[in-house]
Design a protein around this ligand. Structure first.
Ligand code: GUN
Length: 286
């Protein structure tokens, strides 16, 4: 029997509908939620991601502004741009598309975004609050994965979640969010010896390694829930995940496809975070 597909496109659309309703309510009160996206240089993948983010904002009636900066911009000039956006009343969320050129200190850039506008949830303040279980903006991809699990009725408490990958954007926060829902969490990464010995124990496996078709049936326990965060190109330049879908199909109980799994959820949660920022602003200004 085939594994059940977790359809991120459908679940994402359902959530976007309710986010669009929140946008309408805000607009009736005279406030249009606004997202500023900063793109430095012309990395083709980043350009595609940013274009999709903008399109999705406009589709639900939000304002979005793209700020394109040259590859050789100085760190100081970029920080100045962020400070201007921190002060703008029509901008509720700020996102700096990563990765940045090597001469720019990513940590300094992220720390300059005002925590009230940090809709990516990457700043030290946001990460600290997340670790403490306090209310904050959650990083969009792991937040989206939590919504996929919730909407698919997958129980988390008491389950063994194994994360493959330890990036700041996905792996690390993913483990924290699962831990907060009472999963037992194991982190694995590129230096973990005998990886299948760990992944085979997973009730919920999160693949966030960034290597095409890396996870195969040797890594999976019968009946595991497999979440594929990867967006890669295979040797035929075809979009694929970190999981070899055909190989694990029928072994996993549930699986997310690529495309159409986690991908649409990342932007959905970005929209949700930005609307939340605008809602907070309205409450604060009352
Ligand atoms: N690069 C890859 N994923 C992301 C993301 O979620 N946010 C930002 N800002 N950059 C990224």
């Amino acid at each position: 029997m085939s594994s059940a597909i977790i359809n991120g496109k459908e679940i994402g659309q359902e959530i976007r509908k309710s986010v669009a309703e929140r946008v309408e309510v805000l607009k009736e009160k005279g406030l249009t939620p606004g997202l500023a996206v900063i793109l430095v240089g012309d990395n083709p993948a980043s350009k595609t991601y940013v274009a999709n983010k903008q399109k999705s904002c406009e589709a639900i009636g939000m304002f979005s502004e793209l700020i394109k900066l040259p590859e050789d911009i100085s760190e100081q000039a970029l920080l100045e741009q962020i400070r201007e956006l921190n002060d703008r009343v029509d901008i509720h969320g700020i996102l700096v598309q990563l990765p940045l050129p090597k001469h720019i200190n990513e940590d300094a850039v992220i720390a300059t975004i005002s925590p009230e506008k940090d809709v990516d949830g990457f700043s030290p303040v946001s990460v600290g609050k997340m670790m403490l279980g306090q209310e904050t903006y959650l990083p969009c991809t792991p937040y989206g994965v939590m919504k996929l699990l919730e909407h698919s009725g997958i129980e988390i408490a008491g389950k063994h979640a194994v994360i493959v990958g330890r990036s700041h954007i996905v792996g690390k926060p993913m483990g924290q969010l699962l831990l907060q829902k009472d999963a037992t969490v194991t982190y694995t990464h590129s230096k973990t010896p005998n990886l299948p010995a760990y992944t085979k124990q997973a009730d919920i496996l999160i693949a966030a390694v960034g290597r095409p078709n890396f996870i195969t049936k040797e890594h999976i326990k019968d009946g595991a829930v497999v979440i594929d965060v990867g967006i890669n190109r295979d040797e035929h330049d075809k979009l694929c995940g970190d999981v070899d879908f055909a190989d694990v199909d029928g072994i996993a109980s549930h699986i997310t496809p690529v495309p159409g799994g986690v991908g649409p959820m990342t932007i959905t949660m970005l929209l949700s975070n930005t609307v939340q920022a605008a809602e907070k602003k309205l409450l604060h200004d009352k």
